[in-house]
Design a protein around this ligand. Structure first.
Ligand code: G4P
Length: 195
């Protein structure tokens, strides 16, 4: 998605060979008009999948997921990482280990929002090692619902998540695919290195 790639080029900051900082439009401050375009794009890409609900994970997955839900006219459920005061009964849970942050979170969704007839689109902001997406797949499958696609805003294609999910048979659609963050520069897949 060209608009997103341009935004990453102008406003993203390469922190290391593995980490891109995009907190000016996605991870802290949020750009609503970009999120709207992202939501529209996901709705178009997955228009043939008869999606009934979107599942994401707090916190940075929520903005793109809600915009996709708006354009697809379906509800959005976000998995929680922390225990909620009011959400404690009938929970589906899974354990998600983050290699980037070196921490493990128990994530959960209330059983009442997923059922066996649901066709689910999973949306997340970043795809690195795929652990968050796999945790969400686990929750959806515990409810006997079906994952029909995984929509990612920024895929770091040099990390193993995307390949892992594709090998498991999932349809993975990423709006920006980063081949490398070497030398302080973002290089997208298919982008020619300037000579
Ligand atoms: P994985 O789910 O694909 O295995 O990813 P990983 O565990 O490595 O990432 C854990 C957290 O770090 C996630 O956010 C993910 O979005 C974020 N992350 C991974 N790589 C990058 C990166 O290059 N840049 C940025 N900005 N974030 C990255 P989270 O802990 O769920 O945070 P949030 O959603 O509350 O913001």
């Amino acid at each position: 998605m060209r608009l997103l790639e341009e935004k990453i080029k102008t406003d993203g900051r390469v922190i290391s060979e593995n980490v891109l900082k995009v907190d000016s439009f996605l991870n802290h401050q949020v750009d609503p008009s970009l999120m709207n375009e992202i939501g529209k794009e996901f709705a178009e890409i997955f228009s043939n999948e008869e999606i009934t609900k979107i599942v994401t994970i707090e916190s940075s997955g929520i903005a793109p997921a809600v915009m996709a839900g708006l354009h697809m006219n379906v509800p959005v459920i976000f998995a929680r990482k922390r225990k909620s005061l009011t959400l404690y009964e009938g929970l589906l849970s899974a354990s998600v280990h983050s290699f980037t942050k070196n921490e493990t979170n128990d994530i959960s969704i209330s059983k009442k929002y997923l059922n066996e007839n649901d066709k689910i689109l999973i949306i997340d902001d970043f795809l690195a090692n795929g652990q968050a997406a796999l945790g969400l797949v686990d929750l959806v499958e515990q409810a006997n619902a079906k994952v029909v696609g995984i929509g990612i805003v920024i895929e770091k294609s040099f990390q193993p998540g995307a390949q892992k999910l594709i090998e498991l048979g999932f349809r993975v659609e990423s709006l920006a695919r980063i081949e490398s963050l070497s030398n302080g520069e973002v290089l997208f897949i298919n982008e020619k290195v300037k000579g």
